[in-house]
Design a protein around this ligand. Structure first.
Ligand SMILES: C=C(O[C@@H]1C=C(C(=O)O)C=C[C@H]1O)C(=O)O
Ligand SMILES: [Mg+2]
Length: 460
């Protein structure tokens, strides 16, 4: 068995030995709840993941690790993940199967940020091929087993996995999903609130002085609960809170990084690439008329249009390097989700030969929706003024298959849960005209879905 040994911060990059084989087997089963399956894998706690796309046409759950791919590199993590994944795929034994194994995981926002934080055990890239993989695609449910091994007699290992798979399916089918109680919150702290307000006003000055055009500044909340909150209940609640979003959950040790994000970074399906420019925000209205009025105000607001346009220009220019037939609508539309409305512009194109999803992720991250413009200046300013480590917040999270299809979302509207503690993150795009109190108010709205998920509330 090819095992990796790593300490909390350093992850070894291992070459796969030539004797390694990657065995897979997929069966189709009758209806199964994805959350019940995730929960059935409780003995694999710390080694599970969950994903559902925005359209709800694709759900993915991973239990256990057949193989882990990580990187602690600052500048070649995307290439390392890509290379190791391609190498592993070349070891697939039974390739004729329709359903290929999937690699799921995420990257940190800024690997050059070395501030010690709640994210310390997360490497700059962390991906896994699950031992047991559930895929629900267009209402059909598939369960796969994956085994990466160099043992000559792998048959008994595989038989063992088959019987575990049957137990997982059985547990997920017979167990009634109990409506989990919301966690009981005992403390909520706005971390570094004053620092955040100062940072926003400082950044507007830097922008006036020509140091950058846009910089996204974020802050965080720290929550404490009466008891440990488990991952299945967190995933259950988040799936109820913001249906019009990508749902994701990624366990590592005692942590669950999870959220409900409306923002797609990039999707590749049969060489067609899609991205979503999302930036510019306003509240939802109390009535339909008021809501429409707010939406129209947002569409015409020059500060928000400016925040948005940097994102459109940047994503368009990356797409033009990688794709043919790039299409970008001239004007943004509204994306309305439960608590907030955003300006959004879809960008699409046809991937050129030799280009792939992870290369696009590398060049797109961070877009000016989460970093700023120009990118390098904005990142330096964020490192200087934010006084926190974003960890995986605002960074790419998603999956890729053996054919290079896959999708990455931008992990906003998210939280890091660790037993009795959770950290929530939210930010906003600062431009020359930004005002600290309205930016603060915008983050309050962006915290709402994860706060509700975790049983908390903030006024404002
Ligand atoms: C930074 C966040 O959201 C981003 C910032 C937005 C804005 O400032 O208008 C809008 C959508 C996102 O791209 C967040 O939710 O934390
Ligand atoms: Mg904004």
């Amino acid at each position: 068995m090819n095992r990796k040994t790593f300490t909390s911060t350093e992850y070894a990059v291992e070459e796969l030995s030539s004797a390694v084989h990657f065995y897979t087997e997929t069966i189709e089963v009758n209806g199964l709840s994805s959350i019940a399956f995730f929960e059935a894998g409780e003995s694999y706690k710390g080694k599970r993941f969950y994903w559902q796309n925005r359209e709800k046409t694709f759900t993915l759950v991973g239990i256990g690790h057949a193989h882990v791919i990580t990187s602690s590199s600052e500048d070649s993590r995307f290439e390392e993940v890509d290379k190791q994944w391609n190498e592993l795929c070349s070891k697939i034994v039974n390739e004729e199967q329709d359903l290929q194994p999937i690699l799921f995981g995420g990257f940190s926002f800024d690997p050059a940020n070395h501030l010690s934080s709640e994210w310390d055990i997360f490497p700059s890239a962390y991906f896994a091929v699950p031992s047991f993989q559930l895929v629900i695609r267009d209402d059909r449910v598939f369960i796969s087993i994956h085994l990466v091994t160099s043992e000559l007699d792998s048959q008994h290992l595989f038989d063992h996995l088959r019987s575990e798979r049957d137990d997982l399916i059985h547990a997920a089918q017979v167990k009634e999903l109990k409506p989990y109680a919301k966690p009981l919150l005992t403390n909520l702290e706005e971390r570094f609130k004053e620092l955040y307000l100062d940072a926003v006003s400082h950044v507007t000055k830097l922008i006036h002085a020509g140091e950058a055009q846009k910089v996204v500044i974020a802050r965080s909340l720290s929550l404490t609960f009466a008891e440990d909150v488990n991952s299945p209940s967190a995933m259950y609640h988040v799936s109820k809170e913001q249906p019009e979003s990508f749902l994701f959950g990624l366990e590592l040790g005692d942590n669950l990084f999870f959220g409900a994000t409306p923002e797609r970074l990039v999707k590749v399906e049969n060489r067609r690439a899609l991205s979503t420019c999302l930036a510019g925000s306003i509240n939802r209205g109390q009535t339909a008329t008021k809501d429409q009025q707010l939406g129209n105000d947002l569409l015409q607001d020059s500060k928000n249009r400016e925040e948005h346009q940097y994102v459109v220009d940047m994503i368009t220019s990356v797409f033009k390097q990688y794709c043919d037939d790039v299409k970008v609508p001239k004007f943004p539309k509204l994306m309305k989700i439960r608590d907030i409305q955003h300006l959004f512009t879809p960008v699409e194109g046809h991937l050129q030969k030799g280009q792939g999803l992870l290369q696009l992720v590398k060049d797109l991250h961070p877009t000016p929706a989460l970093g700023g413009e120009p990118r390098a200046d904005a990142m330096a300013i964020i490192r200087m003024v934010e006084q926190m480590n974003r960890g995986y917040y605002a960074a790419p999270v998603g999956w890729i298959d053996a054919e290079g299809n896959g999708e990455f979302a931008v992990a906003i509207r998210s939280a890091l849960l660790n037993k009795q503690k959770a950290y929530l993150y939210a930010g906003g795009g600062i431009v020359a005209d930004s005002d600290p109190t309205s930016e603060y108010a915008e983050t309050l709205v962006k915290f709402r879905p994860m706060l509700r998920t975790l049983g908390g509330k903030l006024n404002g």
